[in-house]
Design a protein around this ligand. Structure first.
Ligand code: APR
Ligand code: PHB
Length: 391
């Protein structure tokens, strides 16, 4: 088998790359370890920056997002029994769109298949070969047969636990890592959202986040231990923790309850690999970097990488110009580090840190006071959250 760009992973990064390349007349094959159903039902985050929304619209895959996505013009911060709104529209003139990552994945898969795209789900034993040469290859097993895909380039879009990054020889990459001493218990509930905007709560018992997916589905998170077993969280325990941390009762607000459809624990880490290229293999999305979800940046960063990579590959095929490919890593890393800083800062401001003392806790509350009382500080949060920044 032969293609121009071999793509490992059918998450948002791999699928969007395949779609954008198709629009430039560049062929690709996507190899995905999981089934179509699994990737379409995997519940992940769901906040899209305007730049992400614009790219999906321009690429012709935004129609359902336009219909079903919920546009938000602000968020609320709750702490010390108080409630503050950060008004994105007033501070930045922009908002964000709440639309689940798996919905983006469904839309991209449908479009690729409608365009005759080649996605091999349930590919096994995927490995990359000869990436330092002009003829890299991907070996894999599919439908019981061992196969080899010859490519000009490989895109490692296989997430944090994929095989592309670990296939790069030790010493070629530098990694920067921070593991936080807590995780998020994520809950999907069949309950109408109790209000229109997200709530980020800093509470003495730990962080909580109120979000949503649709007019019928609420998405909620609770800070928990990293080794927490979701089975230890009965529905009653979850609801009482959510009511306590989200501050029910304050100004008459009350969290709506409903059957819990799904529970899972997500560890929290910050991680960056540099550079995002080795020979003819390019890493994109979670394969190269992870942010804690507090800033809602994971999918937006993956999309931003792909925008740069697709343009660089187009420049190469159209004009034989390698400048975009050579600049790929540095271009992406500028944005990635700024968003790492923002995600780390939001995480530090909002969580309970058991390993820190009273002094740090007072500084954390002072930070929240500052962010909610100074226009300059609110604006800083808002411009990062909506993703308004120059490269
Ligand atoms: N072979 C083939 N596919 C693989 C392999 C492998 N060895 N290992 C992993 N994959 C697949 C995974 O099953 C997954 O579908 O690669 C895909 C990677 O997708 P994502 O994890 O969604 O990563 P990415 O596309 O970079 O999107 C980043 O995902 O985790 C969130 O917060 C993150 O929103 C961000 C987004
Ligand atoms: C979500 O809706 O899943 C969500 C929203 C905001 C975040 C993280 C996750 O910061």
């Amino acid at each position: 088998m032969r293609t121009q760009v071999g793509i490992v992973g059918a998450g948002p990064a791999g699928l969007l790359l395949s779609h954008l390349l198709h629009r430039c007349g560049i062929s690709s094959v996507v190899l995905e370890a999981r089934s179509r159903r699994y990737v379409e039902e995997r519940i992940r985050a769901g906040v899209l920056e305007q730049g992400t929304v614009d790219l999906l619209n321009e690429a012709g895959v935004g129609a359902r997002m336009q219909r079903e996505g919920l546009v938000h013009h602000g968020i609320e911060l709750r702490f010390s029994g108080r409630n503050h709104r950060i008004d994105f529209a007033d501070l930045t003139g922009h908002g964000v769109t709440v639309y689940g990552q798996h919905e983006v994945v469904k839309d991209l898969i449908a479009q690729r298949l409608a365009d005759g795209g080649d996605i091999r789900f349930e590919a096994e034993e995927v490995s990359v070969q000869d990436v330092e040469t002009a003829r890299p290859r991907i070996r894999f097993r599919h439908a019981g047969r061992s196969q080899e895909l010859d490519c000009d380039f490989i895109a490692g879009c296989d997430g944090f636990h994929g095989i592309c990054r670990p296939s790069i020889p030790a010493g070629q990459l530098t990694t920067y890592d921070r593991v936080y001493p807590f995780a998020w218990l994520g809950i999907l509930a069949q309950a109408a959202p109790s209000q229109d905007e997200l709530i980020y709560a800093n509470h003495p018992d730990g962080f909580a986040l109120y979000s949503m997916r649709s007019p019928e589905i609420t998405r909620l998170y609770l800070q928990c231990r990293p080794d927490e077993d979701p089975a230890d969280w009965s529905d009653d325990r979850i609801w009482s923790a959510l009511h306590a941390r989200l501050g029910d009762g304050a100004d008459g607000w009350r969290l709506n309850e409903g059957p819990i459809l799904q529970k899972s624990v997500t560890p929290m880490r910050s991680f960056v690999t540099e550079p995002m290229r080795h020979g003819r293999m390019f890493l994109a999305g979670d394969a190269a970097h992870i942010v804690p979800p507090t800033g809602a940046k994971g999918m937006n960063l993956a999309v931003a990488d792909i925008r740069v990579l697709a343009a660089a590959l187009d420049g190469f095929y159209r004009r034989g110009d390698e400048a975009g490919l050579d600049g790929y890593s540095a271009t992406c890393l500028r944005r990635i580090w700024r968003m790492q800083r923002f995600s780390w800062w939001m995480t530090s401001m909002l969580h309970r840190f058991d390993d820190k003392g009273d002094f740090d806790q007072r500084v954390q509350l002072a930070e929240l006071e500052y962010v909610t009382s100074s226009r300059a500080a609110s604006e800083s949060l808002a411009e990062n959250y909506v993703g308004l920044m120059r490269r």
